[in-house]
Design a protein around this ligand. Structure first.
Ligand SMILES: Nc1ncnc2c1ncn2[C@@H]1O[C@H](COP(=O)(O)OP(=O)(O)OP(=O)(O)O)[C@@H](O)[C@H]1O
Length: 602
């Protein structure tokens, strides 16, 4: 927690030193003005009732008026400075939080529910982080005022001072415990709140709208969302009730102390032991000490809770890398010899079954290698390991003899391009959807068009209402067409597939091309066209093609059949057919299907 406080204050001073310094100064002035006002009131009352010097009445009145002016103006100034500082702080911490997520080179953290809970709380805490700085300064202000008021009260009644302070101690303990409980409740209900957000987004998502309507599943998802919301609400209500009962009891105790003090003062004034000014000071001081004490306690409790939440931000931004990155990475050579998988064992976690069980494979540089196998055999996993999204538990993958764990992941990925099976459809413009493949060349529209042309989608994209600036989504309005609700288009599945291919081609010449089911979902003509185009992309480079359509892999230099976590068969199409194993069986099955179709059609 101390680390979180230090981090938040450090960020505030580094981000907006002037604003934060100005805010601290105003807070200090705000702290001493009430003390000055209380003493000026006492001196003025004594002067007016003839119990003190009347000579300086005018200056006392001017002084009191000045404190009134300060009390009227300063809160607005501090509010303004506080919100400016808050915005600067949130901008900086948002930047740092998402920069931190980019540092995770692998995928493991993004598949960990606990990490998502923490990330959500860290996001929530971004605005609270600013509350930490204002909370620390506000608490310091309350403390200064309180000390001044306690001093003033002690001048008149040390006993009463002790009673008021003793009444505040349980409040402080109670508030700290409550804030601790609230922070742990936020962690406990995190998963329910995330599920509620998930169901809410699903109900509003265009991607899910078709299935939800066809299957009439809206009510079901809506009920799930409301159940999660109600369970989170119930936890909040239990917490609110605890706070209500604790705070009610503490307020009652404060009122009893204040009432007792007032009666004692009036009795004292009746017996002539106190001046009227003393009584006015006493009343103001009791109220201020109690108010200050409860303000201070609430401030400390709020600060405590904000710090507990900000711990999540600190944890995410300081989390170590999810993949070990060598301090001095080896240079990444141009692929000239080949990629070797040596005795690779991999599973997604200790609780999951082994996907690869001692896999050995050599992909020669310049070769066209096809990977086939049944659903779930581990073909995409093989590709993910090659991109180093995960590290294998045993064995190694080497690139021209260099273990890929010894090079920087960015360098490795710089040499790779491709299309994933679950490629992205970005709710952005056509230009950005292609340019994401190599953002450094985003402004090169000629290169974007060439990539689209190679992927066979140029005609479609340039024919869109705003050409390449057309949004490929109906989720947002483009900046240029804010007033035109018809802006944005929806591409077909095959058109998206070609756009993903254009994205991979836009990267230009890379050593390795990975194509994981690039033609799934295409009609036979489009599939043949896509394969002709990807063959062009692969020409002279090393490529890995994953496909269930065996007619598309028969020209490969090497076909490997993945089964049971190892390579069950390997060879050219001719060799595998001659082997008459699993590949030959699957190939004949698909070929028979085509012949049956052809016979039925004729
Ligand atoms: N992120 C993950 N976490 C846990 N298990 C996973 C993960 N990704 C894949 N798996 C599991 O690993 C196994 C292999 O999956 P993979 O996607 O590599 O198979 P595939 O051969 O590409 O299958 P398909 O032909 O269906 O695309 C499957 O049993 C799958 O459930």
């Amino acid at each position: 927690m101390i680390t979180s406080a230090r981090t938040a204050v450090g960020i505030a001073f580094r981000t907006a030193p002037g604003l934060t310094g100005g805010y601290a100064l105003i807070m200090l002035i705000e702290a001493v003005v009430p003390i000055a006002a209380t003493w000026l009131t006492k001196l003025l009352v004594d002067g007016l009732t003839g119990q003190g010097s009347a000579a300086s009445l005018t200056s006392l009145a001017i002084g009191l008026a000045a404190t009134g002016l300060a009390l009227a103006v300063l809160p607005h100034v501090s509010l303004f400075l506080g919100s400016q500082m808050g915005r600067a702080f949130t901008t900086r911490t948002t930047d740092q939080l998402f920069t931190a997520t980019l540092r995770f080179a692998g995928l493991r953290r993004f598949e960990d529910p606990a990490f998502h809970d923490r990330l959500r709380l860290a996001q929530q805490s971004l605005s609270m982080g600013q509350g930490i700085v204002t909370g620390i300064l506000g608490t310091a202000r309350s403390a200064v005022t309180l000390i001044g008021m306690i001093g003033s009260l002690a001048v008149i009644s040390p006993v009463l001072t002790g009673v008021v302070l003793a009444a505040g101690a349980p409040a402080l303990v109670a508030q700290l415990r409550l804030s601790h409980r609230r922070a742990s409740m936020m962690w406990d209900i995190g998963p329910a709140e995330r599920r509620q957000i998930f169901f809410g987004e699903l109900l509003a998502s265009v991607e899910a709208a078709k299935e939800i309507r066809l299957f009439n599943a809206g009510r079901f998802l809506h009920t799930r969302m409301m159940t999660e919301l109600r369970s989170a609400n119930a936890a909040h209500r239990r917490m609110d009730l605890k706070e209500l009962s604790a705070e009610g009891a503490l307020s009652l105790m404060g009122a009893v102390v204040a009432g007792g003090g007032l009666i004692w003062a009036v009795v004292g004034a009746g017996s002539g032991a106190m001046t009227v000014g003393d009584i006015s000071l006493l009343i103001a001081a009791i109220a201020a000490v109690q108010g200050g004490l409860s303000g201070l306690i609430a401030g400390i409790a709020g600060l405590h809770q904000n710090l507990l939440m900000f711990d999540h931000y600190v944890a995410v931004t300081r989390a170590g890398p999810d993949l070990p990155i060598p301090a001095e990475p080896s240079p990444m050579p141009r692929l000239q010899h080949g990629i070797r998988f040596s005795d690779v064992w991999f599973r997604y976690s200790d609780d999951h079954p082994w996907i690869l069980r001692g896999l050995n494979l050599f992909v020669p540089a310049g070769a066209d290698v096809a990977v086939v196998g049944l659903n779930g055999a581990g073909k995409s996993t093989l590709v993910k390991l090659l991109c180093r999204f995960y590290d294998p538990q045993h064995g190694s993958i080497s690139w021209d003899g260099v273990d890929i764990r010894d090079v920087h992941p960015d360098e490795l990925r710089h040499r790779i391009t491709g299309v994933f099976q679950d490629h992205m459809q970005y709710d952005m413009s056509a230009r950005d959807n292609v340019a994401i493949g190599f953002t450094a060349a985003r402004d090169d529209l000629g290169r974007i068009r060439r990539a689209a042309d190679q992927a066979g989608i140029e005609g479609v994209l340039s024919g869109l209402p705003q050409g390449y600036d057309t949004l490929l989504t109906r989720m947002f309005l483009s900046e240029e067409d804010k007033t035109d609700p018809s802006t944005g288009v929806v591409l077909s599945g095959g058109q998206w597939q070609r756009t993903a291919l254009a994205r991979s081609m836009f990267r230009g010449h890379r050593d390795l091309v990975i194509l994981d089911e690039p033609s799934a979902g295409l009609d036979p003509e489009a599939e043949a066209d896509m394969h002709a185009r990807t063959r062009g992309q692969r020409d002279g480079r090393t490529s890995l093609l994953i496909s269930h359509r065996l007619n598309t892999v028969r020209d490969a230099d090497l076909i490997i059949v993945l089964s049971g976590g190892v390579i069950a068969e390997a060879g050219t199409h001719g060799q595998l057919m001659a082997l008459d194993g699993g590949y030959a069986r699957l190939f004949r099955m698909q070929a028979t299907g085509y012949q049956d179709h052809a016979a039925a059609a004729s």
